[in-house]
Design a protein around this ligand. Structure first.
Ligand SMILES: Nc1ncnc2c1ncn2[C@@H]1O[C@H](COP(=O)(O)OP(=O)(O)OP(=O)(O)O)[C@@H](O)[C@H]1O
Ligand SMILES: [Mg+2]
Length: 222
């Protein structure tokens, strides 16, 4: 599904990855950890094909970073749901409109949009807030809306960059439970996080760590 094959990646002033290879399979649930500045966000941006490795290749749902053409990138991104730490909701649109946006952009018919948006708002637990503006919601509720927006197009994978970074521990765990539930229904989930408390609580889940410019599977010891 997602493969990194012997990639190296540098920004002009900093080398982040050296000969990195790993795979994420269909339906997996994976955490990505690593100290600040090690390249978690950059790695996620390579999956989205916003940035490209200098060597090696990233293959995402059949699209190869070495060959992908510009018009194919939106096609690839429709298979990926993205959730950000700061939600990135449109402040002047209500909850319904925020979640409906990716469907409008994909040319889905209005009656189908309505059905899908209400379904997904129900799934993430903010159905009653569909007419509210983002600033009328709590942080946890805003994150639920942003998760709804990310899954409304039924992506193969949901990628979340620090999805609990701005939330208290209880609400953070509620968000993680929601992501687990989405995964349970078949969507792969890949979460970059600093939240070691959550990673420890879910130590049966796969854990990738960025360290010394490598990405390795790690197991948490008791
Ligand atoms: N567009 C860019 N141009 C140049 N350097 C960048 C760019 N984006 C990130 N960097 C640098 O690359 C390094 C890795 O950044 P990245 O955001 O991927 O790390 P991170 O692991 O997500 O960090 P954090 O945990 O703080 O979110 C940092 O040193 C950062 O300053
Ligand atoms: Mg980051």
């Amino acid at each position: 599904m997602i493969e990194f094959n012997n990639i190296t990646f540098s920004y002009p002033s900093k080398e982040l990855f050296q000969d990195v290879s790993f795979k994420i399979d269909k339906g997996e649930f994976v955490f990505l950890i690593g100290e600040s500045g090690t390249g978690k966000t950059s790695l996620l941006r390579m999956i989205n094909m916003e940035i490209f490795p200098q060597n090696g290749e990233v293959i995402v749902y059949g699209f190869n970073s070495r060959h992908i053409k510009k018009p194919e990138i939106p096609v690839l991104r429709r298979k990926i749901g993205f959730v950000f730490q700061d939600y990135k909701l449109l402040d002047d649109r209500d909850v319904f409109e925020n979640v409906a946006l990716p469907l409008y952009l994909s040319g889905v018919k209005p009656d189908v949009i309505k059905k899908k948006v209400f379904n997904v708002l129900n799934e993430v637990g903010v159905f009653d807030s569909y007419k509210k503006l983002p600033h009328e919601l709590s942080g946890g509720e805003q994150q639920r809306v942003s998760i709804a927006r990310a899954i409304v197009n039924e992506p193969y994978i949901l990628i979340a960059d620090e999805p609990t970074g701005n939330l208290d521990p209880f609400v953070s765990f509620e968000i993680i439970k929601l992501l687990l539930n989405i995964n349970y229904k078949g969507t792969a989930v890949f979460i970059a996080t600093h939240n070691y408390d959550i990673v420890r609580r879910l130590k049966s889940k796969r854990l990738l760590q960025i360290k010394d410019k490598k990405v390795l599977d790690v197991v948490i010891k008791e």
